[in-house]
Design a protein around this ligand. Structure first.
Ligand code: NAD
Length: 491
């Protein structure tokens, strides 16, 4: 594949897009142009849907135990090329190499889980639901399914969907983020080396035009989406209007609660990693720390020191702890939100505006920021920042902290830091978020558990990963059978 031109992958081959229009892929650490990604349109989607539809009958008929042999080979190729892919992730997304390795590891985990499909996909049955009558439930694939994914995890999030979709017998179309198409171009290149039949996996690059064509296409049976809540709502309504099965993971505003009895050192270290890891561009990143009682004093001091000490720079460089945000537009948006927080009464105890990394004047850097004293009812307390900004809010007890978090329109994740089992249990039981951490900063479910956002962070019923993914990518068929003795030949 040419390094400066990204192609679509359709019907088992790399294809030039229908339109000559392209989208620039920029290394956010340096500002350098990495590649031009095709702005795919309805004609590219039509070609991919045709290829996927043509591949479906044979692929669904292949025994599940044979289908997963491709995934075993895929897993091995991902391991063999692990460092190479991690470097591509860092180069196009900006996160550090250690973070890119972590991302890829979590992606590979999903391939491993999907290798268990011969068991995961099993139905159930009961003999003699009435005299001489048996009832059986089979899970069957849906057909052509598609996933639309965001910029912040160029490899892991596509791998939340692809392995389960194809292991269940569906054929698959990926529309990756137009800002980070290179990681999946490499990964799909590796997948093609497994001998996977043409058309089982396809990639159409692009933006809204490609997405709309997928949402409206009558042959696409299901849509998986991860991205902002604004786009999630649009995709959920448009795709369901055309009768598709849809799961949409949206934005987030995650809180941690720090109780006075939490261990100061480890709590600070974990929360700093959660707030500033991946430059705050994780849907599970903590955005607000709610300190309770006396925790306010020590936590403010320790998190301020931790934030100020972080080394920013190119994620490929040794010793760098935080990379850039995805683009200059993102940098400006985040800096405006820091200013809005200050206007609402917060004090920028650490201010990342105007940050620059040595020798990287064109990089889109925002330094780690601590906004102390954001009013709990302010606009910023409700807004997803998606950058390295931690706001501090104070509460007098756990109940008030739970009430603050419960008012938020998002429900992706929350955590509590405490040595009190009773406080942790109350929090776990009452908090209205789908992913909960107890002394854990980034409560990211393993691949064999659902990635369980709630409220404005999720639209749909079945989540990504694990058993939910198998349910999402299959339909249940219930068969009721009667074979009267008199219809059989006598043996
Ligand atoms: P985004 O919503 O801008 O884009 C996501 C995808 O939708 C991309 O493929 C993009 O090309 C496409 N898209 C964008 N605008 C569109 C439009 N108007 N019509 C149709 N398609 C469109 O999100 P992003 O900036 O790439 O990612 C960051 C967001 O993703 C954050 O809000 C973050 O919280 C969220 N996110 C959520 C999770 C989760 O699990 N809940 C995980 C990762 C990221």
């Amino acid at each position: 594949m040419p390094s400066t031109e990204v192609l679509n992958y359709i019907g088992g081959g790399w294809r030039r897009p229908h339109s000559a229009a392209g989208l620039e892929v920029i290394n956010p650490a340096t500002g350098n142009l990495l590649a031009v990604s095709p702005a795919g349109d309805a004609a590219d989607v039509e070609a991919a849907v045709q290829a996927a539809s043509a591949a479906f009958p044979e692929w669904r008929a292949m025994p599940p135990a044979e289908r997963v042999q491709y995934l075993f080979r895929f897993k091995q190729l991902l391991e063999d090329h692990f460092e190479e892919i991690a470097r591509i992730i860092t180069t196009e997304n900006g996160k550090t190499l250690a973070e890119a390795r972590g991302e890829l590891r979590r992606g590979v985990e999903n391939v491993e889980v999907a290798c268990g499909i011969p068991i995961l996909m099993q139905g159930y049955n009961l003999e003699d639901v009435a005299r001489g009558i048996d009832e059986l439930m089979f899970r069957q694939p849906l057909g052509v399914v598609a996933a639309i994914t965001p910029f912040n995890f160029p490899a892991m999030i596509p791998l939340w969907f692809l392995p389960y979709a194809i292991a269940c017998g569906n054929t698959f179309i990926l529309k990756p983020s137009d800002r980070v198409p290179l990681s999946m171009a490499r990964i799909v290149g590796l997948l093609s080396q497994t001998g996977l039949p043409a058309g089982v996996v396809n990639v159409v690059n692009g933006g809204k035009a490609a997405v709309d064509a997928l949402l409206d296409h009558p042959a696409v049976q299901a849509i998986s989406f991860v991205g902002s809540t604004r786009v999630a709502r649009y995709i959920y309504s448009r795709a369901s209007a055309s009768g598709k099965r849809v799961q949409c993971q949206g934005g987030a505003k995650n809180h941690v609660v720090v109780l006075p009895d939490a261990d100061p050192e480890t709590t600070t270290q974990i929360i700093a990693d959660s707030a500033y890891g991946c430059a705050g561009q994780r849907c599970l990143a903590v955005s607000v720390a709610v300190t309770v009682g006396d925790a306010r004093q020590w936590f403010r001091g320790s998190i301020t020191s931790a934030a100020a000490a972080l080394k920013i720079g190119d994620g490929l460089a040794e010793g760098v702890q935080m990379g850039p945000v995805i683009s200059q537009a993102s940098r400006r948006r985040i800096e405006d939100l820091i200013a809005a927080g200050a206007a609402e009464g917060a004090i920028a105890a650490v201010d990342g505006r105007g940050a620059a990394a040595p020798g990287l004047g064109n990089g889109s850097f925002v330094g780690p920021t601590v906004l102390d004293g954001i009013p709990a009812q302010s606009k910023l307390a409700e807004t997803e920042i998606f950058g390295p900004v931690l706001s501090l809010i104070h509460a007098s007890d756990v109940d008030e902290a739970i009430a603050i978090i419960s008012r938020n329109s998002y429900g992706n994740a929350s955590s509590i830091f405490t040595s009190s089992g009773a406080a942790a249990r109350k929090f776990r039981n009452l908090i209205p978020t789908g992913n909960v951490g107890v002394n854990i900063g980034v409560a990211a479910p393993m691949a064999y558990f659902p990635f369980s956002g709630w409220k404005g962070s999720f639209l749909g019923v079945l989540h990504a990963q694990g058993r939910d993914a198998v349910e999402f990518y299959t339909d249940k068929k219930v068969v009721i059978e009667r074979w009267p003795k008199e219809w059989s030949r006598k043996f």
